[in-house]
Design a protein around this ligand. Structure first.
Ligand code: DOR
Ligand code: ZN
Length: 446
C-alpha cells in the first residue's frame, strides 16, 4: 500500500459459533475481514486499528441468499424498488437475492437486464442476481436468446408467475439451457387447470364457496418437465413447491439421478388453507396454502434432502391492491424480513434446529442452483457474512419493514431467531439497533 491509499478496513468477528456448510464446519472461531474479503483472524487481529464485532452467543455464517425475490423494478416501483427490496433483504440477513423477471418490461432483453444490474450496483446494498425470462415477454411462445442474456449476467431462466405450458417451447428451452449450463426455474402451474382459482381447491374452498386451485395444475407440470429433463439433461429447479405429490415427484427424479432441485417457502412449511378462512388477502398467494398433509410432506421433504433450498417468493403488493378483497387481490406475500425466523419455527423439532442444514439451504444450495460463487467463510472468499441470534425473541411488526409493502399473514406473530448483522463485501449493511453494544469497537469506516 502506498501512502496515498486509504487503509483497507479490517475487523475481527470474535467468539461466534461459525457455521460454514461448504466445509461442514461448526465450531467457535474468530473470523477476520480485510477489505472486501475474509482473512485469517490472526492477520486482521495483528493489523493496527482493527475493529471488532462481539459475536458471542451468535451464529456466524456465510451471507444468506434468497433465490426467489420480486424486486418489481422496472415497472412496478409503487410495490417495491431495487433500493427498498435490497434494504429488506439485508434486514432479513440476506447478502444476495436472485430477482424474478416478471417486471415491466420483462427481463427478456439485454437493456432491461443491464438496467437491473446497473441499478443494483449503484445502490450497492446487497448482491442482485437477475433471472432472465424463459420466453419473450413471458408469453410462453418464443424462447429468449439465452446465450446473450447469460453472457450479460442472467444467472438462470424463469417465467415465474406463469409456467411454460407448451411442450415444444419447453423442450426447446430445456435444450438451450442445457447448452449454457443454466438452470430452468419453473413456476409449475397449468392455467387451464388452475384458472380462476383463488385458493387451494379442497375442503376449505368448498366451505367458503371460493373457486379452488387444483393441486394437479402444479403436479402435472412437474411431471411433464421431469420427462423433458430425462430427454434433454437440463438442470431443472421447481419453484415454490407446495404439494405432497410434487415433493414425491422430485424425490423420485433425484433417486433416478436427474439434475432436479427444488425450493420451499416458509409459508408453505407453516400455514394450511385453514388460514384462508377469514378471507384475508394476505393469505392469498400462488401456489396457495395447501393442506396439513402437504405441509407435513414439505417439512419431511426438507428434512430428508428432497427439498434443497428455502426461498421466500417475496412478492410485494400495496395495501390498496390487497384491499380489493380475497377474490380480486393480487396473489403474493412479502418474505425477506421474516424468512429466517419462520424457517426456524417450521424446522425446529422438539425445540432443536439443525442449523448447519438450515444455513446450507439458504447459502450453498441456492448458490449451486444459480451457479454463483459458493458462499464460504474461508480466507480470500468474499466477505459476505450473516450474524444470527438463534435465541432472539421478537414480534413480527409489518409497520417496521424496510420493504415498501406490508402484505404478510404473519403480522403480530411471536418468533425466535433474527439476523443481528449483515455484512456484504466487508461492509456492514444491517445491524440490529438493540444489539448496538456488539458493534462499539467497530471503526466508523465500516
Ligand atoms: O403469489 C405469487 N406472486 N406467486 C407468483 O408466482 C408471482 C408472485 C408475484 O409476482 O406477485
Ligand atoms: Zn411463482
Amino acid at each position: 500500500m502506498n501512502g496515498r491509499e486509504t487503509p483497507s478496513k479490517r475487523f475481527v468477528i470474535r467468539g461466534g459459533r461459525v457455521i460454514d456448510p461448504a466445509r461442514n464446519f461448526d465450531r467457535t472461531e474468530d473470523i477476520g475481514v480485510d477489505g472486501d474479503r475474509i482473512s485469517a483472524a490472526s492477520e486482521s487481529d495483528a493489523a493496527p486499528a482493527a475493529g471488532e464485532i462481539d459475536a458471542r452467543g451468535l451464529i456466524v455464517c456465510p451471507g444468506l441468499i434468497d433465490m426467489h425475490v420480486h424486486l418489481r423494478e422496472p415497472g412496478a416501483e409503487h410495490k417495491e424498488t431495487i433500493e427498498t427490496g435490497t434494504g429488506a433483504a439485508v434486514a432479513g440477513g440476506f447478502t444476495a437475492v436472485a430477482c424474478m423477471p416478471n417486471t415491466k418490461p420483462a427481463i427478456d432483453n439485454i437493456a432491461t437486464l443491464q438496467h437491473v444490474i446497473e441499478r443494483a450496483r449503484q445502490i450497492g446494498v446487497c448482491r442482485v442476481h437477475p433471472i432472465g425470462a424463459i420466453t419473450v415477454n413471458r408469453q410462453g411462445t418464443e424462447v429468449v436468446d439465452m446465450t446473450a442474456l447469460k453472457q450479460h449476467g442472467a444467472v438462470a431462466f424463469s417465467d415465474d408467475g406463469d409456467g411454460v405450458e407448451n411442450d415444444s417451447v419447453m423442450r426447446e428451452a430445456f435444450a438451450r439451457a442445457r447448452e449454457r449450463d443454466a438452470a430452468i426455474i419453473q413456476h409449475c402451474e397449468y392455467k387451464a387447470i388452475s384458472a380462476g382459482g383463488v385458493m387451494h381447491k379442497g375442503r376449505v374452498s368448498d366451505a367458503l364457496g371460493l373457486p379452488g386451485l387444483d393441486p394437479r395444475s402444479e403436479e402435472d407440470m412437474i411431471e411433464r418437465d421431469i420427462a423433458l429433463v430425462r430427454e434433454t439433461g437440463a438442470r431443472y429447479h421447481v419453484a415454490h413447491i407446495s404439494t405432497a405429490r410434487a415433493v414425491e415427484l422430485v424425490r423420485r427424479a433425484k433417486a433416478d439421478g436427474l439434475p432436479v432441485t427444488t425450493e420451499v417457502c416458509p409459508h408453505h412449511l407453516l400455514l394450511t388453507d385453514d388460514a384462508c378462512s377469514e378471507q384475508d388477502p394476505n393469505t392469498k398467494m400462488h401456489p396457495p396454502l395447501r393442506t396439513a398433509e402437504d405441509v407435513a410432506a414439505c417439512r419431511r421433504g426438507f428434512l430428508d434432502g428432497t427439498i434443497d433450498c428455502i426461498a421466500t417468493d417475496h412478492a410485494p403488493h400495496t395495501a390498496e391492491e390487497k384491499a380489493r378483497g380475497f377474490l380480486k387481490a393480487p396473489p403474493g406475500i412479502v418474505g425477506l424480513e421474516t424468512a429466517l425466523a419462520l424457517t426456524c419455527e417450521a424446522l425446529s423439532e422438539d425445540g432443536s434446529i439443525d442449523w448447519c442444514g438450515l444455513i446450507r439451504s439458504m447459502t450453498v444450495a441456492p448458490a449451486s442452483v444459480l451457479g454463483v460463487t459458493t458462499p464460504s467463510l474461508t480466507p480470500t472468499a468474499p466477505a459476505d457474512i450473516t450474524l444470527i441470534d438463534p435465541r432472539k425473541s421478537w414480534r413480527i411488526a409489518p409497520e417496521t419493514f424496510h420493504g415498501k409493502t406490508r402484505n404478510t399473514p404473519f403480522g403480530g406473530r411471536d418468533v425466535v431467531g433474527r439476523a443481528v448483522a449483515t455484512i456484504v463485501g466487508g461492509r456492514l449493511r444491517h445491524q440490529l439497533a438493540d444489539e448496538a453494544h456488539r458493534f462499539e469497537r467497530l471503526s466508523p469506516i465500516n
